[in-house]
Every structure is written in C-alpha cells, then in structure tokens.
Design a protein around this ligand. Structure first.
Ligand code: 5CA
Ligand code: ZN
Length: 409
C-alpha cells in the first residue's frame, strides 16, 4: 500500500538528545539508544470509519518520537499496518450495505489525507493485512508445527502457555486479562480452548465472508495479532526499538503479538520499549468507533479549522494522559497558533538558541509536549512584549516548531 507524502523536516543547529520513554513492559522510563537507524512499529487503523481525534493523538505521539530521533541525526525506519480485513470492518460494511473493500479503501484514503494535513511523517512501509496474508500463513504453520498452536473446528489458536514470557508486556493478572480479552476481540468463553486467553491465529472461512488460501491451514483469514507480527518481523526484525499504539492495545494486542514473535524466533523481547498513548474521551467516554462519540479530523478540516491548530490541541496534552476533547481545547489551540504566528512574523526578535534546547529537552523527556509548548509560549510572550534585534530568531523558532512539533507557522 502507498503511505502519504512527507512534509519536510528542517534541520536544526546542533543535535538533539536521546529519547527517554516510558515502557509499559518494565513500567519505568528507559533511555533508548538506537543505532544509526531507529526502528519503530506503530499499529495502524482499522479503516471502517474516519480518523478521530483519539487516533490523531496517538499518531501524534509517535510522530514526536520520529522527530526526536531525526533531530539526533538518525534515520528512522517506521512501519505501520492497516487492518483492512477484520470483524468490525466486515460488520460495518454489512450494516451499511457497502462493499467491505471499498469501505476500507475509502477510509484509508481519508486517513492519508488527515495524516498529511496534520504533518504526520509517513511510514516507509505501509502494509495492509490483506497484502500481508502470504507472509502470515507460513508463520502460523510454523507455530502449529512447533506445537505452539492448535486447531479447533478448523480455526487455529495460539497457545499462550508456549511463551515463558507471556504477560510481560502488560503486567496484568489473569482476571484482568480475561476481562480485556472478552472486551477487545478475544473469545475467552469459547469451549474447547486450552487456555481461555488463547487468541486466534487463523480463522477458517465463514459463509458469506471473504477468505484466502491458507495452504495447509485451509481457506480463511488471519487473526489480528499475527497480522502485526508478520509485518513487523518482515520489515523490522526482532528487537526493534518501539512497538507503539494506544493504551487499549497493550492487552491483548501487544501482549499476544510479542508472544507470537518470541515463540517464532526464540528471541526476547520483540521490542525494546512498548509505548502506549492515553485515551481521548468525548463527553466523559473514550472516543470510539463502536460507541460513535467521535470528533473527526476531516470534519474539523471541512469546518475550516487549521490543521496546525488541531495539532497544537493534541500537543497540549501529555501523550500518556487520558484527556477529554472539548471546544475550549480547540479554542485555546487556535489562540496559541495566532500568538505564535504573530511572534514569528516580525522581522527580528529575541535570541532563540536557548529555546531550541528547551524544546529538545522537553521532548526527549518522555515526549513532554506540554512543556515544549510552555517553552515556546515563554519566548513568544517575551518576543511580543519587546523589540529584540536578532534577525535569525523568528526563522529559527519557526524551524524548531516545525521540525520538533510538526506545526507549520
Ligand atoms: N488496527 C488496530 C491496530 S493493529 C486498531 O486498533 N485500529 S483502531 O483504528 O481501532 O485504532 C488505531 C489506533 O488509535 C490504535 O493505536 C488505538 O489504540 C488508537 N485509538 C483508538 N481510539 C483512541 C482514543 N479514543 N484515544 C487515543 N487513541 C485511540
Ligand atoms: Zn497492531
């Protein structure tokens, strides 16, 4: 699949700092020191509805990761998937009388537009579940042949007990895992499973549903977790730097994915850090396609909201916080954008070298975007209240805000 066009990232004087990031697995902050090429996998959308502010907030967090790494003069190898076949997509297409492939294509196209407008840097590999199927089948066969998977009425399940490290991503107890499994696409109550938590690797063809040739597995379609594992292993290999997504993916998705990969390769861990963004709510409840309490990025754009203001609204919350989208969050961002633009549109201003370092420092400290915004606010307020004569300052501030925060002034 093709991704979306990259906005240019201006180079800044000097060099950024190594990223310290909160890791869900070890429940602490770790400093990542990737080689010349940093490797990141971020779970992509299930394209049955448009990009909402919650999605945008999560992708914003991982866009900042890329920008911090680029500022350390590293390259970034970024991979993202599109879950373009799965139960919720098929259910929505059926409900609305649409062809599921057309629905997926339409919503993926809209996602690309939203990501472009928000200046999110694109992945180098943007891979759909459907196109990954030829790579998924042999992995499931290998797991089965190694005794880590078993068949139940034609479906193939992964045995969580085959991974001694199962549970180390999310650190949850069995009771919590079972509840979340039922809530998030699992089937803990299906009779005949070895362990209620075992997730499906391959689902045998169901009447009326799309299916693909699965070799010795028979016709069917892939389970959700193996999809991301196949894509990540194919393009990044084991031991990549960050596995990213919203906090609702820590269990079961990232836990199961890590187990699949660890059993397949005999290596541990799959990723050096498991990084999870908080959930954005609307009217007191997590924004979610299934509940329908959504604010769409595309709807805001259509209403004339500057994408840079949307981006500033996302940046005004720490990525790990759960927060609520309100009209005033957006209004504050619109006002901030105006103040910032006024400050950098002057021909000269207050020196900004210290600001560059402050923004770098804030972001390298577990992506503290609110602290970065506060630093820019301080420069802007001082700039608007004085008559500095550094001719290079406004340009340097614009480039810093663009390169590190993805906001075009
Ligand atoms: N296709 C799978 C991942 S392989 C999936 O979870 N798709 S999704 O469309 O449901 O979500 C895409 C990303 O947005 C995930 O990282 C998810 O955790 C995140 N996300 C979904 N809802 C919210 C929300 N309300 N706030 C923050 N992030 C969210
Ligand atoms: Zn995923």
């Amino acid at each position: 699949m093709h991704a979306w066009p990259a906005s240019e990232v201006p180079a800044l004087p000097g060099k950024g700092r190594d990223l310290q990031i909160h890791d869900t697995a070890t429940q602490g902050t770790i400093t990542l020191a990737p080689g010349p090429v940093a490797r990141i996998y971020v779970c992509g959308i299930t394209p049955y509805d448009a990009t909402h502010i919650g999605h945008a907030a999560t992708y914003n967090a991982f866009d900042l990761v890329q920008r911090v790494w680029l500022d350390t003069k590293r390259q970034v190898h970024y991979v993202q998937n599109v879950t373009d076949v799965d139960d919720p997509l098929l259910e929505r297409a059926l409900r609305d009388g649409h062809d599921w492939t057309e629905l997926a294509e339409r919503e993926t196209a809209l996602f690309r537009e939203d990501m472009t407008a928000l200046r999110m840097l694109p992945p180098q590999h943007y891979i759909g579940a459907v196109e990954a199927i030829p790579g998924i089948v042999p992995l499931v066969e290998r797991l089965r042949d190694a005794g880590a998977a078993y068949e139940l009425d034609g479906d193939v399940y992964f045995s969580v007990e085959s991974d001694a490290n199962f549970g180390k991503v999310s650190n949850l107890d069995a009771q919590a895992m079972r509840l979340l499994s039922a809530e998030r696409g699992g089937d803990p109550d299906r009779p005949g499973k070895k362990n209620p938590l075992d997730p499906m690797l391959w689902m045998a063809a169901r009447p009326g549903e799309p299916s693909w040739d699965g070799g010795s597995l028979g016709r069917g379609r892939p389970g959700w977790h193996i999809e991301c594992v196949a894509i990540a292993l194919d393009h990044l290999g084991m031991g990549f730097d960050i596995q990213g997504g919203g906090s609702d993916l820590a269990f079961p998705h990232h836990e199961m994915g890590a187990s699949h990969a660890q059993v397949l390769t005999g290596e541990f861990p799959m990723a050096k850090a498991y990084v999870h963004a908080g959930m954005v709510a609307l009217h007191g409840e997590k924004m979610s396609k299934s509940k329908g309490n959504l604010v769409f990025v595309s709807a805001l754009r259509r209403a004339g909201v500057d994408p840079a203001a949307i981006r500033l609204a996302l940046l005004s919350h720490h990525y790990r916080a759960d927060w609520e989208w309100t009209d005033s969050v957006l209004a504050e961002a619109v006002a901030r954008l105006e103040r910032w633009r006024a400050a950098v549109s002057r021909p000269d201003g207050l020196p900004a070298d210290a600001l560059v370092e402050e923004v770098r420092e804030a972001l390298s400290r577990d992506l503290d975007a609110p602290a970065a915004l506060a630093a820019v606010d301080r420069w802007v307020d001082a700039q608007n209240a004085s008559d500095g004569d550094d001719e290079s300052a406004p340009g340097l501030v614009s480039r810093t805000v663009d390169a590190l925060l993805g906001v075009a002034l």
